[in-house]
Write a protein that binds this ligand. Structure first.
Ligand code: GTP
Length: 595
């Protein structure tokens, strides 16, 4: 029954315990036996488990008895990392309420605040939950006060829990039933459902995870996707579950479920689209979401040039599961044929590169990531630049526009000076500075390019790890920018070009060249490494020659030793790309991130 359904998400700053709590709630509802309960069940992807992060939002349908009535609880897990905030908004749009988890030993963090904004935009009922109260350093009352102050949320009614020991979790589920509203919606109206996730299953084909707002979806019914206009009969219906999905014949108003359409690609089922009955369609399209836009672009190249087609196939397969990646072929004079690939952020890029290498057995070179620039040319034409080497010649450029983000940072006041210095260094513009007890909440506008570089690492190290950070894009602004080229042994290496602010060009060029000098291994001859803007050389270093052959060390004697040494050398070469006569290692292409 609709009045007994509760759809909710869990939102929190990274590591405050979302996944642990999700597992505990699933266990408390008896949806898995103890034996099935592997630790962290909601994090299913390999890389998620290894890195302890949640990437793809998962959902699970649970049953719960309270006061003699059966309730259906639909729990929608959300990712915790800033790169994936897009998935957070998708999850939240399908819920009526959210548990706002705050770690009782840490307090409110930047992402807690950012996620609360998204939840409030979606009119969600927020339940304040203070976690990790089993720890000796827990200070739940201070954390509740801070939550009230930072967010303006009334925390009189709250739950204190330990997701680890299970303390307070049953009471929390009771609060979910009591405080989160049941979904509204007309069960007699024409079918209206929102696709909030879709992915590709090797056996079942394209799957859509939907939230039904009006009417229902039945097996055999012919559905129509209102934006893509694709029509298809429903082959099967299932309720989501991390290990055993349950089949059903109908997904009713207010429920969530998985629709099996048997389509061979995901093209027709776009996330954010409205599903309706093909014969008796609804008149309104649900306000969908903006499609996930890649913000960071990098060139990805196979080390062995004959692996280009394999890389293309691998990217096509990954895209089936992650529609936020984009790619198109590009060629680089230095690296050969590869793909310009778009990602949501740096972590996303690392994860995808790792999956390509691991799941598809490819050896890849990735160029330094860059943001997208918009260039207004002198003839008035506007072009989008995803690769610095594509920047038009200076005399054709009227203005370069670069993307900015609104950054939210929370930092203990003792580190405030360091953080402000870092933000100024990164061309940040202050919008807001508020004291929150002994901590300071900062809001800055910063060019996104500065964030893509190692901003997060620098922020962490300058605050001993105490600062937290979140960001959202706020559009393009004009910048005084120049293209900086790198020449190795006299040749411009297109894959190493970067776009830099003019006032920092010389200092960054010098640092970049210094870093490259350390990374390019000695060759049999001397190699010059230079940075230039246009035709002006602004920095120069020399990689000295190696002088002698490595095998010379073997005194001509032991042949097995000699072979071993050569093999070792070969393995070392794996991650190198020959540019002209010079072997350049993967690290060199990332060196720019460290300057
Ligand atoms: N002592 C204690 N540790 C907890 C509790 N809840 C979670 N943890 C630990 O805190 C760490 C982070 O927990 P996760 O559940 O992975 O955090 P998360 O918020 O899901 O992190 P992401 O999925 O990466 O966003 C893990 O080491 C958990 O074991 C708790 O109640 N008490």
């Amino acid at each position: 029954m609709q009045k007994n359904i509760r759809n909710f998400s869990i939102i929190a700053h990274i590591d405050h315990g979302k996944s642990t709590l999700a597992d505990r709630i699933i266990q408390e509802c008896g949806a898995v036996t103890d034996r099935e309960m592997s630790s962290q069940m909601m994090d299913t992807m390999d890389i998620e488990q290894e890195r302890g992060i949640t990437i793809k939002a998962q959902s699970v349908r649970l049953k719960y008895m309270k006061d003699g009535q059966e309730y259906v609880l639909n729990l929608i897990d959300t990712p915790g990392h800033v790169d994936f905030s897009y998935e957070v908004s998708r999850s939240l749009a399908s819920s009526e309420g959210a548990l706002l988890i705050v770690d009782s030993t840490q307090g409110v963090e930047a992402q807690t605040i950012a996620n609360v904004y998204i939840a409030l935009d979606n009119d969600l009922e927020l339940l304040p939950v203070v976690n990790k109260i089993d720890l000796p350093s827990a200070d739940p009352m201070r954390v509740l006060e801070e939550t009230e102050e930072a967010i303006g949320l009334d925390c009189t009614e709250h739950n204190l829990i330990s997701a680890k020991t299970g303390l307070g979790v049953k009471e929390l589920i009771d609060s979910i039933v009591d405080r989160i509203p049941a979904p509204t919606g007309d069960e007699n109206a024409p079918t209206k459902a929102l696709i909030y996730d879709s992915w590709f299953d090797n056996y079942l084909g394209a799957l859509a995870l939907v939230r039904v707002y009006d009417g229902s979806i039945k097996k055999g019914q012919v559905l129509k996707m209102m934006n893509t206009k694709v029509e298809h009969p429903v082959l099967d219906l299932m309720y989501p579950h991390p290990i055993k999905r349950e089949k059903t014949t109908e997904i009713k108003t207010g429920e969530i479920g998985i629709v099996v359409l048997g389509l061979k690609t995901l093209d027709g089922i776009a996330v954010g689209d409205t599903m309706t009955d093909a014969k008796n369609p609804t008149s309104e399209i649900i306000d969908g979401f903006e499609p996930a836009k890649p913000f960071v672009f990098a060139g990805i190249y196979p080390i062995e040039t004959d692996k280009f087609e394999d890389l293309r196939e691998a990217l096509i397969k990954l895209q089936l599961n992650d529609s936020s990646i984009s790619f198109e072929p590009e060629s680089s004079a230095a690296l050969g044929s590869g793909f310009r690939t778009g990602f949501l952020g740096m972590l996303h890029m690392e994860v995808i590169k790792e999956r390509l290498e691991r799941e598809f057995n490819l050896d890849l070179i990735a160029t330094a990531p860059t943001v997208v620039y918009e260039v207004e040319k002198t003839d008035g034409e506007r072009v989008i630049i995803q690769n610095p080497s594509e920047l038009p010649e200076p005399n054709y450029i009227q203005t370069i526009f670069e993307p900015y983000v609104k950054a939210t940072i929370l930092v203990p006041d003792e580190f405030l000076g360091n953080v402000i210095k870092l933000l100024n260094d990164k061309r940040g513009i202050q919008n807001k500075m508020d004291y929150l007890g002994k901590r300071v909440l900062l809001e800055y506008d910063i060019p996104m390019n500065e964030i893509v570089m190692d901003f997060y690492d620098k922020l962490k190290s300058t605050t001993k790890g105490y600062a937290s950070f979140d960001y959202e894009p706020v559009g393009f602004r004009p910048g005084n920018l120049k293209k900086l080229d790198v020449r190795v042994a006299g040749e411009v290496v297109d894959a190493l070009s970067i776009i830099v602010p003019e006032e920092k060009a010389v200092s960054r060029g010098r640092e970049f060249i210094k870093a490259l000098k350390e990374l390019i291994p000695r060759q049999l001859f001397e190699v010059s490494v230079q940075a230039s803007i246009g035709n002006t050389i602004i920095a120069r270093e020399t990689v000295k020659s190696m002088g002698k052959n490595v095998t010379a060390k073997c005194y001509g004697g032991d042949i097995t030793r000699k072979r071993k040494l050569l093999e070792k050398q070969k393995a070392g070469k794996k991650r190198m790309k020959a540019i002209g006569k010079v072997n350049v290692p993967q690290e060199a292409f990332m060196a720019v991130l460290k300057i």
